[in-house]
Design a protein around this ligand. Structure first.
Ligand SMILES: Cc1ncc(COP(=O)(O)O)c(C=O)c1O
Length: 389
């Protein structure tokens, strides 16, 4: 198990999850809330990363730095070691964030007004990214069947067949519903998108957080022998809790996408080569295995702990990936504003209410479970109390 000291550690300043102003705005209250709404581990970062950052800080020189080739090699070696995926050296571009990558890629492959297919309930940033670029979000909602989400492939085919819809924004694995899409499901998506000339942008930032016995299937691996166009986003930020020292990558075998991304990067100076970002990225991918294995054990244990403790009326949609628990609270019979109010004011929990992820998420809530077991116990106790009240 990783160390799970109280969060945040002493000396850390404006942690977004705890910022009083943000809490008041989002939850109508700033004290007494258990903050489990942001997708990041609430455990100390891997020692290898802390040491690398400390060593870099001690160097006393923070000027322009060229990214050594070995840094991206560490990413490629990690993908091979952890996921059996051989990433070509020429297929990787650096980007400051996933959001940046998706915005640039959507711009590259669509014109203003074109449709971008999303699969809600899905990560909150997707829709604003599409909208802000003057593109139209088109929904292919996921369907929940016997407590497990699946894609509606017939509906996806219909949306993909509309020539106005040029991109599918795929979340693989899926935040917030926790599905690790199987090779069969992804192959069906690839076939459909190939047939209708839809570009697949696969956000795979949660890849490393797949829970045994499930496996992460890189979208790239189901495209072999197909003419489907794709790009995928990766990076250590979700896995290792490095959102504040960010560096991510775009992987694509598509020459046009790669060139386009590189041109946007040159034009907007997207690769600043933050010296700490470079150090953290390399340390994570080179030496983070043991820490991640421990984290995955902690998350798996927390899934079981949560499931065992939840009161009647609250069901866990069991995650196959991510450290996010998607709670089904529909049995409580509360509408969207009532549920948000109940969670914050009655249960004292700052979770992400499901409607943040699209109206298909109404009646659900997302809870971060990369936390110490005592935090899960506290969250469960609060839910039990609030349901019984
Ligand atoms: C699916 C997904 N993509 C992207 C991000 C955020 O990435 P970034 O901060 O690099 O834009 C998150 C964060 O929770 C996420 O869940």
């Amino acid at each position: 198990m990783p160390r799970t000291e109280p969060f945040p550690p002493d000396g850390v300043g404006a942690v977004q999850a705890l910022d009083p102003e943000t809490l008041r705005r989002r939850f109508g209250r700033e004290v007494g809330l258990l903050p489990l709404w942001i997708a990041e581990p609430q455990v100390p970062v891997a020692e290898e990363i802390v040491e690398a950052l400390a060593a870099r800080a001690a160097a006393g020189w923070y000027g322009y730095e060229t990214r050594p080739r070995r840094v991206l090699d560490a990413f490629r070696a990690w993908m091979r070691r952890r996921h059996g995926w051989d990433v070509d050296a020429d297929a990787v571009e650096v980007s400051p964030s996933v959001g940046t990558s998706l915005a640039v890629l959507v711009d590259l492959v669509t014109d203003p007004g074109d449709g971008v297919i999303l699969q809600p309930p899905v990560f909150t940033d997707f829709k604003p990214i599409v909208r802000a670029g003057g593109r139209a979000p088109v929904t292919n909602p996921l369907v929940i069947e016997d407590g497990r989400y699946v894609m509606d492939l017939a509906d996806l085919e219909e949306k993909a067949a509309d020539p106005a819809n040029r991109v599918l924004l795929l979340c693989n694995p899926h935040n917030p519903v926790g599905r690790a899409w199987t090779a069969e499901e992804l192959a069906a998506v690839a076939a459909l998108c190939e047939a209708h000339d839809v570009v697949v942008l696969a956000d795979e930032i949660h890849a490393d957080l797949t829970l045994a016995p499930h496996r992460f299937t890189p979208f790239a691996t189901v495209t072999e022998g197909r003419a489907v166009r794709w790009a995928a986003t990766h990076g250590p930020l979700k896995t290792f809790g490095l959102a504040g020292v960010c560096d991510t990558v775009v992987v694509t075998d598509d020459e046009e996408l790669r060139t386009g991304f590189r041109e946007a990067s040159d034009r907007f100076h997207l690769t600043r080569n933050h010296v700490f970002g470079i150090a953290a990225f390399e340390a994570a991918y080179r030496g983070g295995d043991r820490w991640l294995d421990d984290l995955l054990d902690l998350v798996a244990a927390n899934v079981a702990r949560l499931e065992a403790g939840l009161p009647d009326g609250v069901e866990l949609v069991r995650p196959e990936a991510t450290y996010l628990a998607w709670l089904d609270l529909r049995a409580l019979g509360l509408d969207v504003p009532e549920l948000a109010r109940w969670l914050a004011l009655e249960a004292g929990l700052a979770l992400s209410p499901g409607h943040w992820f699209g109206r298909q998420g109404a009646g659900f809530a997302r809870m971060t479970i990369a936390v110490g077991p005592e935090v899960i116990d506290e969250a469960v106790a609060r839910l039990v109390r609030a349901v019984g009240a």
